[in-house]
Design a protein around this ligand. Structure first.
Ligand SMILES: Cc1ncc(C[n+]2csc(CCOP(=O)(O)OP(=O)(O)O)c2C)c(N)n1
Length: 633
């Protein structure tokens, strides 16, 4: 017998269901998600929290004519299930399968793509204003989590809503969690609202009244909420001050109430904000018990929630352990995260130096400027921000940190291809966006121990520095008890064949050093000599070493886990041009396109980030080098 879920080919099918069928659908979706995500990995907790909300939205609104804009869009799996992608849900985050976020290219129902937080209200407002200009009547609904309100862009958008449109629906999905517990004044404020007696009684009454009076009850509750919002009953309502009419807080798992409320809000001729309370991980005990872990994770046992232990320490863990050691020694060291204590592993640092740990919320710009402020007072801030999220803070890095030459250290986790999360999360641009900024050091370690050394080097450096390191585990080398400082701007020669290396110089930056070594082996088999170099520093480059090799070899090869444009290889080319040295350079890195989600190895293969691909690209130049050998002999 087929399930109700299997009969949903599009949102039109959701609208045909009775209330009991909708309730059954919610159960089926939970079961399906728990099982399916247990195999693929993904954002299970957030999605279990929005099952009823998403069903109600699709019941009342009409995508793709109406638009849903989800903040981050990691909670869009339910939406995917209801918009014709039920059969593919088992492919989510898998190579060639569904993306883990909303993608405009994946479905007409995905009106806006995302992966970074804080964009939903701005984008939805843009759509609403475009609709108004075009004389349209469709509905625009933004769905933002409570953590989106720790992000500045959300307020920039709210600041413009009332002046820009009369019709916009913002749904605030409040589960009190970011990935970690939500932080800051707004989290306390929302907590005050949802626990205030007048709102709580409204909330309780709502379901009751709905049962007795149907849709009219919503109007009554809405009216009461308005009174409360005006401060008559409870805390004053910040959203009203922004010019949005506030409704709520409602139980985000009460389907009939949500449906009636959306029907009511749909008719409003003013921007509205609906505050719903949901439970992240609802229906899956392990997710309720371990909120952080089940925000997003790899495969797990669907019965127990158990995951396989990873034997080797990740780069993030080495980073956090090293930071503890450095903070033991340097009392002015402080650690800053923008809502990512788990992902960056600062969770391990926090208990050791709680007074020198700051989670500022999803606020990368603020994190960097806050760090700059601390640095002016003699503190040594380490900002642990993923490469992809530091993009948000480009101007603060330039204007606040580098221009004032302040000793802030950017530890960019996920520097390189991030894999399953896809293009919104790949850290492939940081070399190009940072290396043009004066004063900053840019480092990329070959292994875990070198990461620790680079962190120490950065701590001793009197100006700004950035260190990028890959997601997950590295080669697994032993990390020294205490790091040593590296000489700034000095590369490391790893290997020279037959003590010579005069034919080809191969630079393997960071994670791609093994490919450089492999290429050297391939060249040697062809009778050529090669040198393998670990650049360590993208900025400053080791000019003397590059010049020396460039004058002696017939070919330079550069490998980097970064886009080619503006990357390490480009920096080498610029230097050679400045030096007036004419030597061919084969550059290996990511092409000028956004790279899909998938397995790192497979994507490297596909896009030619391998020793074999480099060997092939080098062929036209190798012939010339071989001829030179013959002539010499
Ligand atoms: C700019 C940016 N910084 C950090 C992140 C990492 N991140 C992904 S989801 C998330 C928390 C989202 O919390 P919330 O919006 O409340 O939704 P919930 O998962 O609780 O449903 C964070 C910090 C991000 N996606 N974008």
């Amino acid at each position: 017998m087929s399930t109700i879920l299997e009969t949903i080919a599009s949102p039109a099918d959701v609208k045909k269901l009775t209330m009991p069928q909708l309730e059954t659908l919610a159960e089926e979706i939970r079961e399906r998600l728990i099982l399916s995500v247990s195999k693929t990995g993904g954002h299970i907790g957030p999605n279990l929290g929005v099952v009823e909300l998403t069903i109600a939205m699709h019941y009342v609104f009409d995508t793709p004519a109406d638009s849903f804009v989800f903040d981050v869009s990691h909670q869009a799996y339910v939406h995917k299930l209801l918009t014709g992608r039920e059969k593919q849900i088992g492919t989510i985050r898998q190579p060639g399968g569904l993306n883990g976020f909303m993608l405009r290219t994946e479905s007409v129902h995905d009106s806006y793509g995302a992966g970074h937080a804080g964009t939903a209200i701005s984008a939805a407002l843009g759509m609403a204003v475009a609709r108004d200009l075009a004389g349209g009547r469709e509905h625009i609904v933004a769905l933002a989590g409570d953590a989106a309100l720790t992000n500045g862009i959300s307020y920039e958008a709210l600041n413009n809503v009332a002046a820009s449109t009369k019709r916009l629906i913002v749904v605030l999905n409040d589960n009190a969690w970011s990935i970690d517990r939500n932080v800051g004044a707004i989290a306390s404020y929302l907590h005050k609202v949802v626990t205030h007696p007048s709102y709580v009684s409204l909330h309780d009454k709502a379901a009751d009244l709905l049962e007795r009076f149907g849709g009219k009850a919503v109007r009554h509750v809405a009216h009461k909420a308005e009174e409360a919002a005006k401060g008559l009953l409870g805390p004053s309502m910040i959203f009203e001050e922004f010019g949005l009419s506030y409704y709520g807080p409602l139980d985000g798992h009460d389907l009939p109430l949500l449906i009636e409320t959306f029907k009511f809000l749909k008719q409003q001729n003013k921007p509205v904000l609906l505050h719903v309370i949901t439970q992240k991980g609802k229906g899956f005990q392990p997710a309720l018990e371990k909120q952080k872990k089940f925000h997003g994770l790899g495969p797990y046992d669907p019965a127990t929630g158990e995951t396989k232990a990873v034997g080797q320490k990740t780069y993030s863990e080495i980073f956090a352990e090293t930071l503890v050691k450095l903070a033991d020694k340097e009392k002015k060291l402080v650690a800053i995260t923008a809502a990512m204590p788990n992902g960056t592993a600062l969770d391990l640092y926090r208990p050791k130096h709680a007074d020198r740990y700051f989670d500022v919320g999803i606020a990368e710009e603020h994190a960097v400027i806050f760090a700059a402020g601390m640095a002016t007072k003699g503190y040594r801030p380490f900002c642990a921000i993923y490469s992809t999220f530091l993009q948000r803070a480009f101007d603060p890095v330039v204007h606040d940190v580098c221009l004032q030459n302040l000793p802030v250290v950017f530890c960019m986790d996920r520097g390189g291809l991030s894999g399953d999360d896809g293009p919104t999360h790949h850290g492939l641009f940081d070399i190009s966006y940072l290396r043009g900024i004066p004063n900053i050091l840019h480092m990329d370690p070959k292994d875990e121990d070198e990461l620790a050394d680079m962190m120490y080097t950065a701590l001793l450096h009197p100006g700004p520095s950035a260190i990028r390191y890959p997601r997950g585990i590295g080669p697994g080398v032993k990390v020294k008890d205490f790091p040593v400082a590296l000489e700034v701007g000095k590369a490391e020669v790893i290997y020279e064949s037959k003590g010579d290396g005069s034919d080809v110089a191969i630079f393997g930056l960071g994670a791609l050093l093994p490919q450089a070594t492999e290429l050297a082996g391939m060249l040697e088999k062809d009778g050529l000599s090669a040198a393998v170099i670990n650049p360590r520093f993208v900025k400053p480059l080791d000019k003397a070493l590059i010049e020396r090799y460039a004058k002696q070899v017939g070919l330079i090869v550069t490998f980097e886990d970064h886009v080619l444009m503006g990357g390490f290889g480009s920096a080498v080319l610029e230097l050679l041009s400045e030096l007036g040295i004419d030597v061919p350079v084969v550059r290996i890195g990511w092409p000028d396109e956004f790279i899909d989600h998938g397995k790192v190895e497979a994507l490297r293969e596909k896009h030619g980030l391998t020793a074999a691909a480099a060997f092939k690209k080098a062929q036209p130049y190798l012939a010339g080098i071989a001829k030179k050998h013959l002539a010499v002999r």
